[in-house]
Ligand binder design. Structure first.
Ligand code: NAD
Length: 267
């Protein structure tokens, strides 16, 4: 049995991760932690998701629980994730990271730690988005520079980073397929006297409203036609199940940085 720890257990994703861990075969919920001071510290993880008392209380720190789990699933905030990477690296624990909005330096910490421990780091753990990344790569290579490329994403009002990690990942895939540099070619929203569209830009549009779980469209606009590839998530369980699947998959892997394409065998 893989012993799973969940960081951010009291959060939106954390609660779905508790449920997904309980549903999955081959793993058990061993540890659940959240931010010290969170009002749910001490609550039972099973009670929190209406699954009955499990005897796993939500703790306020990972450090005291390092002997009690094999793999940490972390969907928190960038600073907490980086601190957890350091703890897991020192303790030789595997990690599945879902947190988005990390700076380049923070991503560098993950890349470095993956030299010593196995880490899955994906902006999106749904199988559908993982396939969508393949489809947009294929479309961009086929359509080339004749079509303008825009990435449009929508999420719930509570999301704290923009564009979404998934939209940025889509941008990276598109830039790579089109031989462009995302840092130079990305345009984040438009306003005022923008002038005509610069042909090689990759545009990002962000919508924040209500309880939208996550929607992404890549629009390829040509003269006389356009293609739109859209993914819509309707439940966070899709991300949670993917993350737990990644956690179980990691038990057979050596140190390295992996993403959902590796987990799903799409490489
Ligand atoms: P949320 O705010 O509901 O939950 C985050 C939780 O982390 C909160 O309970 C918070 O108290 C906790 N936290 C903060 N600091 C902590 C610390 N130091 N130690 C432990 N816990 C701490 O947010 P959410 O909607 O659950 O999203 C969490 C992250 O996951 C975001 O970055 C979001 O973009 C990302 N996300 C990724 C995917 C994916 O598939 N990769 C899918 C959905 C969300």
């Amino acid at each position: 049995m893989t012993r799973i720890a969940i960081a951010g257990a009291a959060g939106r994703m954390g609660r779905h991760l508790i449920e997904a861990t309980l549903q999955a075969e081959g793993s058990e919920l061993a540890v659940a932690v959240d931010r010290p001071g969170n009002s749910l510290i001490g609550a039972d993880a099973g009670d929190l998701v209406g699954q009955g008392t499990l005897g796993v209380a939500i703790g306020g720190g990972l450090e005291e629980a390092l002997d009690d789990f094999d793999v940490l699933i972390d969907f928190t905030v960038p600073d907490a994730t980086v601190a957890n990477v350091e703890l897991c690296r020192r303790a030789g624990k595997r990690m599945v990271i879902g947190t988005t909005g990390l700076s380049e330096a923070q991503r560098g910490v993950i890349v470095e730690a993956a030299g010593e421990i196995p880490i899955v780091f994906a902006a999106n753990y749904s199988a559908g988005v993982t396939l969508t990344l393949k489809l947009i790569d294929m479309a961009a290579r086929a359509l080339g520079d004749d079509f303008d490329v825009e990435v449009i994403e929508a999420h719930h009002r509570y999301k704290i980073d923009a564009p979404s990690g998934t939209a940025l990942r889509m941008g990276e895939v598109l830039a790579e397929a089109l031989g462009r540099d995302l840092k130079r070619n990305a345009i984040y929203g438009r306003q005022g006297q923008t002038g005509e569209r610069e042909r090689k830009t990759i545009g990002f549009e962000t919508i924040r409203a209500g309880d939208i779980v996550g929607e992404h469209t890549v629009l390829f606009g040509g003269i006389g036609e356009r293609i739109e590839i859209t993914h819509r998530a309707s439940s966070r369980m899709t991300f949670a199940k993917g993350a737990v699947r990644a956690a179980n998959w990691l038990s057979g892997q050596g140190a390295g940085l992996y993403d959902m394409s590796d987990v799903l065998g799409l490489r």
